[in-house]
Ligand binder design. Structure first.
Ligand SMILES: C[S@@+](CC[C@H](N)C(=O)[O-])C[C@H]1O[C@@H](n2cnc3c(N)ncnc32)[C@H](O)[C@@H]1O
Length: 203
């Protein structure tokens, strides 16, 4: 059932609506693989999806979910530039290494912050590495591309992490960037979305 306040669903929609078959898309936090799967469906077999996670469990769960849904998966060494080759590439590393592995700008980059549902809550995204990854990601977006960040303010540190992300995006010049914040107005602890789109200037 769809829900107006399903922020994860909005995040997937806002990422996928700028994607076409053959594009490059990135999931900065693979987790259980739901976002990776959604991106993979949007870019098709001719596209490339790159997904990071620091946890072996998350990489395993993502692999299992994708394979169960008939998608092939490649694992990739952490600090080598990816080939310009279609497919899904899973990287067990911090997302702040994104600038080492991407070979060209991406059309959508998703970051669903927080911890792995049902997993170790100590292995949560943290402001310093999140900021490093998002700063790099802004420089790795193609024109018309979007950075889509889901923030979870309810867990310890989640609110501060969201503030760091919002402060970064608030500095983007509005002649080149459109930045959106989507919140559940009557539930302050609910997840919210921050989205930055690099404007595409038509010649
Ligand atoms: C909310 S979950 C992601 C959900 C996922 N996108 C999905 O569709 O199932 C957050 C994930 O971020 C991962 N994570 C935490 N710190 C990270 C880091 N520095 N780099 C990459 N992944 C990280 C956690 O291991 C966890 O799996």
């Amino acid at each position: 059932m769809s829900s107006l306040v399903n922020i994860v669903s909005w995040s997937q929609q806002l990422a996928c609506e700028v994607l076409s078959p053959g594009d490059l898309a990135v999931d900065l936090t693979a987790g259980k693989g739901r976002d990776t799967y959604t991106l993979a469906k949007a870019v098709g077999l001719e596209g490339q999806v790159v997904a990071f996670d620091v946890q072996a469990t998350a990489i395993e769960q993502t692999t299992e979910f994708l394979q169960t849904n008939d998608l092939a998966v490649n694992s990739w060494p952490t600090d080598q530039t990816l080939p310009e080759q279609s497919g899904i590439f899973l990287i067990k590393a911090c997302h702040s290494t994104i600038d080492k592995v991407l070979h060209h700008p991406a059309k959508a980059i998703m970051a669903n912050l927080g911890y792995l549902p049902g997993g170790d809550q100590a292995l949560v995204t943290r402001p310093d590495s999140t900021l490093a990854a998002l700063e790099q990601s802004l420089g790795l977006l193609a024109p018309g591309g979007r950075l889509v960040v889901t923030v979870y303010p309810a867990h310890p540190g989640g609110g501060e992490e969201g503030d760091v992300v919002a402060s970064l995006l608030a500095l983007l010049p509005c002649d080149a960037w459109q930045v959106l914040r989507l919140t559940v107005v009557n539930s302050p602890e609910a997840p919210y979305l921050l989205v930055a789109e690099l404007r595409q200037f038509l010649s």
